[in-house]
Structures are given as C-alpha cells and as structure tokens.
Design a protein around this ligand. Structure first.
Ligand code: ATP
Length: 354
C-alpha cells in the first residue's frame, strides 16, 4: 500500500501547458478518482505519478520518497488500461502467471499466488481455459488478475471500463470497488464520468484545462462546489445558476433576488456586483407562500420524480420534485430554495463565496 503526494507538479508539451501547478495527497488505501472532461490533463497527471511521463517541474512522492526521476518499472505499481492486452494464445492461468514468471518467482509460489488471485476475482473455474473464448467481463477480470498478482503498492487505472456497455460497466464498477475493499491497495482511477467518480471514489480531484478545481470527498464536492465549473460538471441535471446584481457581506447570510430576500449559509468572503446563486434541482420546492416565482415551461417524467423546467426573473432553471406534484406548463408557482444548501459564486472569477 502507498501514500502518493504530488507537489506543484506541472507538465508542458512544448508551448502547451497540459497540467498547471497541482498539489494533492492520495492517502494509503484510498480509491482516488481523477475526474474531468476530455483533455483536462487527468491522464497526463496519472502518467506522471506512474513514471511514464516526466513532470516539467514539481515533485512526486510515494511513501515519502521523491520518485520524480524513477522509471515506472521501479515504482512498484500496476497499470490497468481500457484496452486490456492479454496474450490470446495462452490460457488464463498462464496470462496471470506471466508477470511473476518473468520476475523469476519460484513456480510453487506462482501457483499459490495465481490461485489466491483467482479466488479473489472468482475466476477459479476458468483458470485453464484459453482467453480467446472468454466474455468481456472475464477478460477484464483476467487483466485485473495480472495486475493484482504482483501485489504492487498501488494500482493506476485509466478509464478501465470505458469500452464496456452501460449495464456491464456498472456491474464491473461495483466489482472493482468491492475488490479494492477486500485488498485495500491504493488505487488511482481516471474517469470523465462524474457518476462513476461519485459512486466509486473515496476522494475526487476535479480538473479542468489542466487546473485542479477541487479536491475532496464526493459529498463535499457535491454539496460545496468550490467553483461554478465543479457545480456544473457534477450532478444531473447540474446545479442551477441564477445570475443577479447584488452584494453579500463577509458573514452575510442573505441575498436579494428579484426583490425577494433569499437566506443563504454564512458567507466567508464578501462581494458586490455580478453574483450567481447556485441551487441544486432537488433543493427547489414549490410553495404558494413564496414571493419568488417561476413559470413552468416543461415537465419531464422520470418515475418517482420529475424534472420541471421553469422560467424565473433570473433565467431558466430545473427543479427535481416528486411526480405526485401536479403541475402543468404555463402555470406560475412560488419557489422555495432550501437555504442551507445554497451557494453564491462570483460571476467574474467563478469561485464560491460561501
Ligand atoms: P482524455 O480523457 O481525452 O484522455 P485527459 O484529461 O486524460 O483527456 P490528457 O490526455 O492528460 O487529458 O491531455 C491533456 C492535454 O495535453 C490534451 O490537450 C492533449 O492533447 C495534450 N497532450 C497529452 N499528451 C501529449 C503529448 N505527448 N504531446 C503533446 N500534447 C499532449
């Protein structure tokens, strides 16, 4: 197991900066997600931690040891790629044994370690089958087996489930997480899928344009997004943004929206001018008594809940409410926002003021 720490790590490719100076710590045994849209620098960050790419500047520590110049082969880590390359002419046992045999591990030990891994992955019954005829899921398990059998300090996974269809992907995600919980090895996992990151991760780093936007537990990131980018990238439908001109003082706990006072959590930073109130769709409630009103534009039935699109004085928003609420397009409804869940952003810089 391993603690991995990166400090002010930066990567340039020629004149292009793929990763701006970044710092965070992955604790021993954590399932850690690098999350962000395509091209944000998550793979480059992972490759630098793994030793497949040299940082332009900054330091990387594994268990306190600076490993910046150490090649991947000496970092005692294992990679699991999306396109799992197995040796098609070998059977499952041989595929899993291969890394140990090539390290010169004695045959008896190889046998017992392969069988232990097969038990963990529940593939004992296919050990002697050729990999050619296996299902996608079994192939993925064999690829994992090959990574696990070396007992590395940490696993690095770059969109390992990216090629799978949605249903199977969910199943394998659960398996991977359960496997991690049984083995406890530090795992760093790259994904652009916010749901996957929320479901699987102990901690998440959210990146955008080479910048670490936020780093924390899934719930912290969901409840207290540090930037508008994070607020929009996480959650479906994403957080609503209600733009307004106004002010909030340091320690202030309300803002004025279209003449209505809206209570918000206490502000850490004061600001004046162009602000944005952030409200998650599930934190909007219909209330006849509320002076803040919206007109129903559309409803989308999702079973127990429905998504209601509303036009407000501060722009279009989406609310997630019970399907038992009877509402029709064209109606005007009072809107209550669950105060303790609101956040306020500066429009110019996009960061949260609460
Ligand atoms: P994706 O999910 O699309 O792989 P990502 O977030 O993993 O995205 P990276 O692969 O880290 O992003 O790439 C970040 C940026 O750096 C991209 O704009 C990419 O084109 C660029 N880049 C990556 N590797 C190189 C390279 N070897 N030379 C030049 N530019 C590169």
């Amino acid at each position: 197991m391993a603690q991995i720490r990166i400090e002010n790590v930066r990567k340039e490719f020629g004149a292009f900066t793929a990763v701006q100076s970044s710092s965070f710590t992955i604790e021993d045994g954590e399932f850690f997600m690098l999350l962000g849209p395509s091209g944000c620098g998550k793979t480059t960050t992972l490759r630098m931690m793994a030793g497949l790419e040299l940082p332009t500047s900054g330091e990387i520590f594994i268990d306190g040891e600076e490993v910046g110049m150490k090649p991947a082969s000496q970092r005692d880590i294992a990679f699991v790629f999306q396109m799992f390359a197995l040796y098609p002419h070998m059977n499952v046992r041989r595929n899993i044994s291969y890394p140990l045999l090539s390290q010169g591990v004695p045959k008896a030990e190889v046998k017992s370690r392969v069988e232990e891994v097969a038990r963990i992955l529940r593939i004992e019954d296919i050990l002697d089958k050729p990999v050619g005829g296996l299902s996608g899921g079994d192939r993925q398990r064999v690829a994992l087996g090959r990574a696990i059998v070396r007992r590395p300090k940490a696993f690095f996974m770059d969109e390992p489930l990216g090629a799978l269809d949605a249903e199977f992907r969910e199943h394998m995600a659960e398996e991977l997480r359960a496997l991690h919980d049984r083995m406890g090895a530090t795992t760093v996992y790259v994904t652009h899928d916010q749901l996957e990151a929320m479901q699987m991760g102990d901690k998440i780093v959210v990146m955008n344009h080479g910048v670490v936007e936020q780093f924390g537990k899934p719930q912290q990131i969901y409840d207290w997004p540090a930037t508008k980018f994070v607020a929009k990238f996480i959650g479906s439908p994403p957080m609503n943004f209600l733009d307004f001109e106004g002010m909030i003082g340091i320690g202030g706990d309300s803002v004025e929206l279209a003449g209505t006072r809206i209570k918000v959590p206490v502000s850490r930073q004061g600001a004046q001018g162009a602000l944005t109130l952030g409200v998650r769709p599930e934190n909007i409630h219909f209330s006849d008594g509320s002076a803040y009103r919206g007109r129903v534009v559309a409803t989308e039935y999702l079973g127990t809940t429905q998504i209601v699109t509303l036009s407000t004085p501060n722009g279009s928003i989406k609310a997630r409410v019970s399907s038992a609420e009877k509402i029709n397009p064209g109606e005007t409804v009072g809107l209550d926002f669950a105060s303790h869940t609101l956040t306020v952003f500066s429009q110019e810089r996009g960061h949260a003021l609460l």
